[in-house]
Design a protein around this ligand. Structure first.
Ligand code: SAH
Length: 219
């Protein structure tokens, strides 16, 4: 497909997100600006702009549907001065969207090859306010805490406690919680030493694997 073809499809995707109830213009603008097809393997690029399709990116992982990326990003209410932590870099697409809205994005991935690929695409797009690290994100990133926003893009069995600890006062944690197959998007907000949680909607993510997540059953 030509560049124009991708641009056209991306504009249509954003229109469909707007019709689907995403109201935050900053989120829509960010998703209109980031070329999602760069984050999708070449052979699957025709799927890059379907708003309700998650695309395989290798290592048994997927890039979330644009609809879910938009919903989670909107729910996080990101301010331009915010420092954001993402757990589950995957393709790097969600990190790129966050990077347009926030001051700085820290993102962690447990699969080294995915982290490397994501970093290469972010570099290619000249996105400089993202730092990618390979580690178990269920432990957070203590050295860089606290964070104004933490976004978990893999399904957790429960809210990982270290992530709540690493939220700044007023900070928001967005995390899918449930079984290995289906989850509910949870928003946890911190105010002083207290936390407030509410639920957004159902979703299907790949499992969050780690000390405060699911056990790795692949080996
Ligand atoms: N945000 C990604 C989609 C992520 S899919 C994107 O925009 O493309 C979920 C990712 O979480 C997978 O790449 C998976 O390897 C990773 N993951 C699972 N458990 C993790 C953990 N404990 N720490 C870091 N990454 C993890």
């Amino acid at each position: 497909m030509t560049q124009d073809g991708y641009d056209y499809r991306r504009a249509q995707m954003v229109e469909s997100l707007r019709r689907g109830g995403i109201n935050d213009d900053r989120v829509l603008e960010a998703m209109a600006a980031i070329p999602r097809h760069y984050f999708v393997p070449e052979a699957l690029r025709h799927q890059a702009y379907s708003d309700d399709v998650s695309v395989h990116i290798g290592e048994g992982q997927t890039i979330s549907q644009p609809r879910i990326v938009a919903l989670m990003t909107e729910a996080a209410k990101i301010d331009e001065m915010d420092r954001v932590l993402e757990i589950g870099t995957g393709s790097g697409y969600q990190a790129a969207v966050l990077a347009r809205l926030a001051r700085f994005v820290f993102t962690v991935e447990r699969v080294a090859s995915l982290a490397r690929q994501a970093k290469a695409v972010l570099d290619r797009l000249g996105i400089e306010n993202v730092s990618v690290k390979v580690m178990d994100g269920t432990l957070g990133w203590r050295a860089q805490a606290p964070f104004d926003v933490i976004l978990v893009t893999a399904g957790a069995p429960e809210v990982p406690a270290p992530l709540v600890d690493q939220l700044a006062d007023g900070g928001r944690l967005v995390v899918p919680v449930g079984s290995r197959e289906t989850q509910v998007l949870k928003i946890v907000q911190r105010r002083g030493e207290r936390t407030f949680a509410h639920e957004l909607k159902g979703a299907c993510f790949v499992p969050l694997i780690g000390r405060h997540g699911w056990e790795d059953t692949s080996t």
